[in-house]
Write a protein that binds this ligand. Structure first.
Ligand code: NAP
Length: 276
């Protein structure tokens, strides 16, 4: 394969479906080797097969990103199967919404667990490989940029009524992005955040049009948005529509290519022109 990301090893959480899958396929189509993750082995397998069909290679690391040792397992899979870690995309996530007076501790903590604590543990595990690898490269005078992209949301940047836990988790990810950009600049790791507005996926599908239930661990969480709410959101978007997973993946891809090697600690809002 010959692409912008030839031979780069990319780890993408939540890449069995939606935006994560589109990211995995986009990076693979540019030559990256992908470690796919999903809660469900069959769904993860579909992404692995799609990547093989694109002519690249992928392996699945199935599991819940919120389990304490997941980060270690994810990084070890990348090193064992593909020999390194070049790109880490913290994408896995879901919404479990309520207004503050109805939000339980369990709900709030679940949102922090998946959107803040899991990315933290994954990146801490990645440090075990990235720091010595970067030091060895620097000693040889080799400049090798690695990339971290944390997926946030417009809700994490500006808040959204009914999303106390989700917005808190996604906002914390922005702080982590800026801190890690400062800690890892010396290792030539670009750490950025891509925040989405409204992207059409399972998470944001119309209620009633086949409402999906996401099985997260032992919880079943209903996905979907009321059609009136979708209409209202699309009216606020200057481009007049929600984005596709492929368009969302395009924004993440920009943060993974060599042309973005001098961009770090930034938040890119991919929202069809939506500015709050
Ligand atoms: P999606 O279609 O529901 O896909 C979410 C993916 O994350 C699925 O593959 C799911 O696995 C996985 N996942 C969820 N919890 C997980 C866990 N604990 N461990 C491992 N994998 C887990 O949703 P999406 O819209 O693509 O969302 C992707 C990211 O974009 C999320 O972080 C979301 O918050 C963010 N985002 C989305 C929008 C939007 O408008 N869609 C806007 C802003 C931000 P299963 O397939 O097994 O359920």
């Amino acid at each position: 394969m010959s692409g912008n990301l030839d031979g780069r090893v990319a780890l993408v959480t939540g890449s069995g479906r939606g935006i994560g899958r589109a990211i995995a396929e986009k990076l693979a189509s540019e030559g990256a080797l992908i470690v796919v993750n999903d809660l469900d082995a069959d769904i993860a397998g579909e992404t692995v097969d799609a990547i093989s069909a694109l002519g690249s290679k992928a392996v699945a690391c199935v599991g819940d990103v919120t389990t304490p040792d997941f980060g270690k397992q994810f990084v070890e899979t990348a090193v064992k199967e593909f020999g390194g870690v070049d790109i880490v995309i913290n994408n896995a996530g879901y919404v479990w919404d309520a207004v503050i007076q109805k939000m339980t501790d369990e709900q709030f903590e679940a949102m922090l667990a998946v959107h803040t604590i899991a990315p933290f543990r994954i990146l801490r595990a990645a440090a075990d490989f990235i720091r010595p690898a970067a030091k060895a490269e620097l000693e040889k005078g080799v400049v090798n940029h690695r990339k971290v992209v944390n997926i946030s949301s417009i809700s994490g940047l500006y808040g959204n009524a009914g999303q106390m836990g989700y917005s808190a988790g996604k906002s914390a990810l922005v702080g982590m992005t800026r801190t890690l950009a400062k800690e890892w600049g010396r290792y030539n790791v670009n750490v950025n955040c891509v925040a989405f507005g409204f992207i059409r996926t399972r998470m944001t599908q119309e209620l009633g049009a086949g409402e999906a239930i996401a099985k997260i661990g032992n919880r079943e969480i209903g996905m979907g948005i009321h059609p009136d709410m979708i209409k209202a959101m699309e009216q606020m978007i200057p481009m007049g529509r929600g984005g596709t997973p492929e368009e969302a993946a395009g924004a993440v891809y920009l943060m993974c290519i060599p042309e973005s090697n001098y961009i770090s600690g930034q938040v890119l809002l991919a929202g069809g022109g939506l500015i709050m």
